[in-house]
Design a protein around this ligand. Structure first.
Ligand code: PEP
Length: 250
């Protein structure tokens, strides 16, 4: 069983000062939670300041996105090499990147490969929209996203996959533990087909979508859930720590 991961995606929230204050709060309760990898993913401009705050604790750093090229004329972008040393993890293929920034599976695939080449650990996000779920396409959408994102990827040793049904993100309408487990079992078996049973078993699978301290136990008890990707509740140190504790309790 992989060590569970609880990652907080701060999205486009927090000024530099707010990010430092939030990270300082996390150093108390969150640092003390054992048995789970705790990752915070602040906005790019706060990465260095937050890293300085959490250095020396058990809290790990992640970025929310990156470009796949190493350098060049890509105004406003951040390269993998700029993140190494600052972050261990990088969220890739978040549904907001797919939806608002038109990221395709091909672009996400380039990013996954670039992250791995740079020594960053990708948290690859997949998940279906509401219409796709209602049409009965959830499994095929997620499977196709996985195939697309992992094209030419030879090793998944440092990969984590987050299953985030789009209809559950930021809506308060979380998937049931059973519904999450159904798709996450398919993610696990797809990884096994693409790589091997042994490799697939070691990949942390995170559920994301309206996770709170109240519902985390429902996910933690599922056999194929090894963590959570948390948006809204990760902006509150006490709630995020409670989620990490709940996930660690399994
Ligand atoms: C997310 O954005 O990845 C997410 C899961 O958000 P929330 O927890 O707010 O639903």
């Amino acid at each position: 069983m992989p060590t569970p991961i609880v990652a907080g995606n701060w999205k486009m929230n927090t000024t530099l000062a707010e990010a430092v204050a939030l990270a300082s709060e996390m150093c108390g309760a969150l640092d003390a939670v054992g048995g789970v990898e705790k990752v915070v993913c602040p906005p790019f401009i706060s990465l260095k300041a937050v890293k300085d705050v959490v250095d020396g604790t058990s809290i790990r750093m992640g970025a929310q996105n990156m470009h796949y090229e190493e350098k060049g004329a890509y105004t406003g972008e951040v390269s993998p090499g700029m993140l190494t040393g600052l972050c261990e993890y990088v969220i890739l293929g978040h549904s907001e990147r797919r939806q608002y920034f038109w990221e395709t599976d091909e672009v996400i695939n380039r990013k996954v490969r670039a992250a791995l080449a740079a020594g960053l650990k990708p948290i690859l996000c997949v998940g279906e929209g509401l219409e796709e779920r209602e049409a009965g396409w959830a499994k095929s959408v997620v499977t196709a996203q996985l195939h697309g994102a992992l094209n030419f990827v030879t090793s998944i040793d440092t990969l984590a996959v987050a299953y985030e049904p789009i209809w559950a993100i930021g809506t308060g309408v979380a998937a049931t533990g059973e519904a999450a487990e159904e798709i996450m079992g398919i993610i696990r078996s797809t990884l096994a087909e693409l790589y091997s049973e042994a490799a697939a078993r070691e990949v942390p699978l995170l559920y994301g979508g309206s996770v709170t301290p109240d519902n985390v136990a429902e996910y933690a008890s599922q056999p194929n859930v090894n963590g959570a990707l948390v948006g809204g509740a990760s902006l509150d140190a006490a709630r995020f720590s409670d989620i990490a504790r709940g996930m660690a309790a399994g």
